[in-house]
Design a protein around this ligand. Structure first.
Ligand code: CTP
Length: 436
């Protein structure tokens, strides 16, 4: 029998009342159907840790899809169900979601009779999970609300801040868990238990990751690179041999160390700008991770991660262009005349934010970092007041001539040689006169 005690006090203290109400409503549906319902997994872990997490996972002892549909019917929600897995997602009117799983251990004693749910089926369900810290559950049925079930010592491991598997075959059964171990360790500031770490190293030695599909691998990598502070996780992955088992070229990730650390700085700077643009942090880190790689190696990694061919060629082309721009700028800084704003603009134009930030992290030249910054904060927004239509009204024919004038005006705007609409107009006029 598991240790069981009530954490109702903690629930009331730490969860927003809206979340508590939802838990109770889910419990009421369970009561009405005669099913036991538990909040489980990361939600419970983070509640005990005092970390905000409103991604609710519930497990139903019995048919979770039936439960989800009943709840949805009475609460105006939608349901997406996955019969193959006996899981469902309740989508609430405000868009928030509740994941529902079934313990699935029900069996039919004879046809036509209601299924019997095995008494310890919750335990079986929790036993299938990755780490002890994710195996805690508390009941949300009315008469047992807040009763915590701890079959595998999850509370103690949370207290001692340990990431520990439940059994020796965990990583063989699901190799993606090696990434999850690192992710939890670094995010929560925990330690992977020594035996668990050995199991990871063994799994890596047995090449279990070779059997994982590229998309799943990429997803795990993305999840890590989206964490608030992914750098330590990156080096932990390297140390455990996870990166080379994605692709041999990632063995040299140590050489990219400076760029990876700079990436953190650059992203912090970018966040402080509070721009509306969305920037995919994971992509910037991914580019940094691949910093030292040859082009074929970069493409090889993308292929291993099942990145679609057209995306690879686009990213490949852009990455090459960006690296070319960096080199050209470095040469110019050493030799040529000062670089004008318009040159910066045309160099960077069309490069995605993620690549620009990567360039800023990669370069050792403070001037180039300033160019990236100037481009992101200022130059890329620069427009002329006179647009194509206004210029046509002045008598410029659409086509190459119009393009020429527009580019000329924009260049002058960018370099600050003109600043007003009047100046634009007279510059346009003199350009027309010259060309005729
Ligand atoms: N799980 C698992 N093995 C996996 C993925 C998930 O055992 N490869 C289990 C974990 O026990 C986890 C639960 O499924 O608690 C839900 O998975 P997920 O939502 O990914 O985990 P969370 O713990 O909620 O993680 P996060 O905080 O990152 O959302």
């Amino acid at each position: 029998t598991p240790k069981s005690h009530s954490i109702e006090g903690l629930i009331n203290k730490r969860l927003p009342s809206e979340a508590i109400r939802l838990l109770r409503e889910l419990g009421d549906t369970g009561d009405a159907l005669g099913l036991s319902v538990y909040a489980v997994g990361g939600f419970v872990r983070d509640l005990l840790l005092g970390m905000e997490n409103l991604d609710m996972d519930v497990t139903v002892e019995g048919d979770g899809i039936f439960f989800a549909e009943s709840f949805a019917r009475t609460h105006g929600c939608r349901v997406r169900s996955h019969p193959a897995f006996s899981t469902a997602v309740i989508v609430r009117p405000d868009g928030s979601k509740v994941d529902v799983a079934s313990t699935r251990l029900e069996y039919y004693e004879s046809p036509g009779v209601l299924p019997t749910v095995e008494r310890s089926s919750l335990r079986h369900d929790l036993y299938r999970r990755d780490f002890t810290i994710n195996t805690l559950a508390f009941c949300i049925n009315k008469d047992r609300f807040g009763l915590l079930t701890d079959y595998f010592g999850g509370q103690q491991d949370i207290q001692e801040r340990i990431v520990r598997v439940l059994h020796n075959l965990s990583f063989v059964e699901d190799p993606t868990r090696v990434f999850r171990a690192v992710r939890f360790e670094q995010r929560l500031g925990f330690h992977i238990a020594p035996h668990t770490e050995n199991l990871i190293r063994n799994a890596v030695r047995m090449n279990v990751l070779d059997k994982v599909g590229g998309t799943r691998l990429l997803n795990e990598l993305i999840l890590i690179l989206r964490e608030r502070e992914p750098v330590r996780a990156v080096f932990r992955m390297a140390e455990l041999g996870l990166l080379p088992s994605i692709h041999p070229a990632l063995k040299q990730v140590g050489e990219a160390e400076r760029v990876i650390h700079e990436t953190t700085q650059v992203l912090a700077w970018f966040r402080l700008l509070y721009l509306k643009d969305h920037c995919e942090q994971w992509q910037v880190y991914f580019l940094a991770l691949c910093d030292r790689l040859k082009q074929e190696e970069f493409v090889g990694i993308c292929k291993r991660l099942s990145v679609p061919g057209r995306v690879v060629s686009r990213v490949f082309g852009l990455r090459n262009r960006a690296l070319g721009v960096l080199e050209a700028m470095q040469r110019r800084l050493k030799h040529g005349p000062p670089i004008r704003n318009s040159e910066v603009y045309y160099c960077f134009q069309g490069l995605p934010l993620e690549l620009l930030l990567y360039l800023a992290a990669r370069t050792r030249h403070e001037e180039i970092r300033r160019f990236v910054s100037l481009y992101i904060t200022h130059l890329r927004q620069v427009r002329c007041t006179l647009d194509g239509i206004a210029l046509q009204q002045m008598g410029i024919k659409p086509g190459p001539e119009l393009g020429y004038v527009m580019k000329h005006l924009l260049t002058a705007r960018l370099d600050g040689t003109i600043t007003t609409t009047e100046e634009e107009r007279s510059m346009a006029m003199s350009l027309i006169r010259q060309s005729t």
